[in-house]
Structure formats: C-alpha cells, structure tokens
Design a protein around this ligand. Structure first.
Ligand code: 5GP
Ligand code: MG
Length: 472
C-alpha cells in the first residue's frame, strides 16, 4: 500500500547553467515564478558553490525568496523546484533534496510519481539506509549515492537509477557543478530544453524559458538524459524509449496556456477542444461564459465554433490566492462564492453555456450553476473540455479515489441532475486526442479510460483516500 500521507506530486523543475556566476540564482528564481502554477506549496533553489547551497521553504516562490537570501546563493550551476501537494505538506518535503555522496553532494528535484517506491525503499532499508522523509526523491538520491560509491561515475549511477524506477519522473540533478535533466522512458510529464545568451536551461514548461528570453530548442526525449555544459548540451539516450505516454491532462488543465509542449501550443489545443466539444454537443444559446480561469481557452473555441458570443459573466477575485482547505461543505460554498461571482445584469434572462476544462468532484460546477441560476439565467448548459474523469491518476495528478469523482458510475443524465444544469456535454476521448494532435497510443489517458500505460502496483488495492479540495 502506498503511504497514507504520501504527497501526490505535480511539480515544476528547472536546471540552469550560466557563464555568469551571479546570474544563475536569479534565473532560477524567475523560471520558478513562471512555473508557479505547477506547485504552490513550497519552493527551493540549490546552487553549486564550493558545496551545494540550498534554500527551500513552504510558500510561494516570492514568499520563500527575497534579495537578501538570493544574494547568498552564488554559482553558475543550479536547480530549482516548486512543489504541489495537498494538506499534508511539511517543510521537510520541500525540494531540491540534497545528500552527500562519496564524490560530492547531489541535489535532486523531481516532478512525477514513482509507482514502485515501496519496493525500492525496502531494498534500500536492507542496505542500511534510513528514511527521514520517506519521500521518493530520498530513495532516488540513495540509489544514486550507492552507485556512485561503487563506480565513481554519476552517469552510470543515473543509468542504474533509471533502470530501477517505474513511473513518471522528470528530474533535474546537480552534482559537482554539473547539471542534468532526466525524463522517464514514457515522457509522462513534460520537460524542455532551451538556450540562453549565456547558458542553457532545462525546465518543465516552455514558459520558464520564455521569461528568461531563452530559445526553446526542443523537448527532452523519452528516456533521455541531457547534460547542460557551458559549451553546449550533451545528450544521452540512457534507457531504451518505451512507447510514449504523455499525460493528456497537462494539455487540458495543468500546463500554462502559453506553454508549448511537444510542439503543441496549449492555448490552441484548448481552443480546438472547445470547438470539438461544440461540434459534439451543439446547443442553442445566447452566451458562452468561461469558468475562470481554467475554462477560458476552451470557451473561446466553443464560442467561435457555435457562433455564439463569449462574455465574462463570472468574475474571479484574483487576490484570494490559495484557499485554505475548508473543513465542511458550508464553508466550501462560501469559498467558491468568494472566488467566482456572477454578473446578474449580463446573465439575466439568457440561455448560457458554461464552459470549464474539467469536472473532478463537481463542487465547482454545481455551485456555479446554482449561482448563475440565482443570477437569473433562463437556461444553463454545461460543456466540458475533457472526457468524464473516472479513474485515479497514479502518475502525478491529484485524483486518487474513484468514489469522489462526480462521473463515477453515473450516466450523463445523472451527472446533469446532480449539477442541476439543463444539459451537460463532455468532449469525447477521441475528440480531446484530436485536439491535442498526438496519436492516442502516445498519450496517457488513464484517468478517463481506466487503462494505464504501465502496471500500477497500488491499482490492485484500489485504495481509498479522500480527494483533496481543489483550488479553482
Ligand atoms: P471540482 O470542483 O469538480 O472538484 O474541480 C473542478 C475544477 O478544478 C475545474 O475548474 C478544474 O479547472 C480544477 N482542477 C482540475 N484538476 C485540478 C487539480 O489537479 N488541481 C487543482 N488545483 N485544480 C484542478
Ligand atoms: Mg478551474
């Protein structure tokens, strides 16, 4: 069984090498700010000086770092991490994770979920390792350290590590001034490579490259290890490519709309998905209203295809920031009303289509349908840019329990009744695949098809855990 308090990870990673020693820490800082949407729990930067110096803490990037502590970080090579978990975050879980080895320290930053962690930990405990956090990156660091002890060779150690890991991982690694970017053989989570004027960068999404004015070179390949050096990028196909299994939910929700993953602009993908949803579920309506912010790109595509105007009928209070986890339904209701508020004057008497990227447990959409009804809408039609979510994600997304999905074992009519909308339409699996423009067999669609690209040990247990409360 997985640890009850094991945080599920959907994080952001970055690694940088720059010719100018005073620039690397601030580059890392800005890259992490661009990746903030991938994790708001904690942030950390590790930079190579004589030793590795690491600053990390709970909080947003701008809470954790300031001029004073950034100035303490000096070096030309470094990595950074933003961390996403729910409820259970502890300061010690912040990354990068730093440990000593026989030939110098290692700092490691991880985005993904290793599904055979328990097995790896068992093996490592037998070899005498003690787990202080019990986290995946701790196990990875021990595997690397043991192998370095044997071979004095970081590359050999990385190869051994990749052979042992099963699951999704994008890693950035810092060791003796060397910076590596590592992507799992399925390419489940994203990782891309860029060139700056004075160095190179590897990061979860291209928005981190944009902010540094870096040129996007390409995505890191499945099973590839890239080493950033001052002269250029050294690429090694470290383990054999498996079949690809890029997470489709990155395209639907996670990634920022201005990112480009595998050559696809996320905003355009979402627009195409909205248009396809309109083709699949047309409806006579007066207005299309996006559910801010995540449903916006889909709503534009839907509106354009239906030839129905899109308006901002729901206003989001952008200063709320993170809602703390509400203990009961009543305070959850207030929290959603506080965040998204309808504008009755533009809604009253209208037939409206509400467009969102996804429905997880259904809290957001149900509350918004009620609020829009209260604001005087005549009809409310819900259109969703991803197929019904029905199965847990074991590879990096916070969806763990079938029972908590609104769509779990329900017909569309039952879902409609629950949301109290006049109609509900989800894009089909083939529709979203076409919108992304990547062949179906190269995507992970586990949460909408219940078929996973690799064996998931804990899937056999069908473990029960409550879903976390979501942000938007
Ligand atoms: P629900 O209220 O149905 O549980 O959640 C649906 C809303 O949460 C959608 O508006 C979607 O944009 C957002 N969402 C979907 N997946 C995630 C996630 O993993 N994290 C966060 N913070 N929000 C999510
Ligand atoms: Mg949302």
């Amino acid at each position: 069984m997985p640890d009850a308090d094991k945080p599920r990870e959907k994080c952001g990673v970055v690694g940088i090498i720059s010719e100018n020693g005073s620039h690397a820490p601030s580059y890392l800082y800005f890259a992490l700010r661009a990746l903030q949407h991938r994790g708001q729990e904690s942030a950390g930067i590790a930079v190579q000086g004589k030793n590795i110096k690491c600053i990390k803490h709970l909080g947003l990037v701008s809470d954790v770092f300031n001029t004073k502590n950034l100035n303490k970080l000096k070096g030309k090579a470094g990595i950074g991490h933003v961390y996403y978990s729910q409820k259970l975050s502890k300061p010690e879980n912040a990354q990068p994770h730093v440990i000593p080895t026989a030939i110098g320290e290692i700092a490691l930053a991880h985005n993904g979920v290793i599904v055979n962690t328990e097995e790896l930990k068992r093996e490592l405990r037998i070899r005498g390792h003690v787990f202080l956090k019990g986290a995946e990156e701790e196990a990875m660091a021990y595997i690397l350290a043991d192998e370095i002890q044997r071979s004095d060779d970081i590359l050999k150690a990385i190869k051994v590590l990749m052979r042992k890991l099963n699951g999704s991982y994008c890693l950035t690694l810092l060791h003796n001034g060397r910076v590596f970017g590592i992507r799992d053989p399925y390419g489940i989570r994203p990782l891309c490579l860029g060139e700056m004027k004075d160095g190179f960068v590897v990061a979860s999404e291209s928005v981190a490259l944009d902010v540094l004015n870096a040129k996007v070179l390409r995505d890191v390949e499945c099973g590839e290890v890239v080493e950033l050096t001052r002269e250029g990028v050294v690429s090694r196909q470290m383990v054999k490519k498996s079949h690809k299994a890029h997470c489709f939910f990155e395209y639907v929700y996670f990634a920022r709309a201005d990112s480009v993953l595998e050559g696809r602009n996320i905003y355009e993908v979402r627009q195409r998905a909205g248009a396809r949803c309109a083709e699949e579920h047309p409806v006579d309506a007066d207005l299309v209203i996006p559910i801010p912010d995540s449903g916006r790109s889909h709503a534009y595509g839907f509106s354009h295809k239906m030839n129905v105007p899109v308006i901002e009928g729901l206003m989001k209070n952008r200063y709320i920031g993170r809602t703390f986890i509400m203990p009961d339904q009543k305070s959850r209701d207030i929290s959603i009303r506080e965040k998204v508020n309808p504008i009755p004057d533009v809604i009253r008497g209208k037939r409206v289509v509400l467009v969102d990227d996804s429905i997880v447990r259904g809290t957001t959409i149900t509350r918004i349908v009620q609020a829009v009804r209260d604001a005087g809408a005549k009809e409310i039609h819900v259109r969703i840019g991803s197929p019904p979510l029905i199965a847990p994600c074991y590879l990096g997304i916070d969806m763990e329990n079938r029972e908590q999905f609104l769509a779990n074992e329900k017909t569309i009519e039952e879902i409609r009744a629950e949301t109290t909308a006049d109609s509900v339409g989800y894009i089909s699996v083939d529709g979203v695949v076409d919108a992304i423009g990547i062949p179906k067999e190269d995507l992970c669609l586990g949460c909408v098809t219940d078929k996973y690209p690799l064996d998931i040990p804990c899937e056999m247990h069908r473990f029960q855990k409550t879903l976390p409360d979501y942000e938007e």
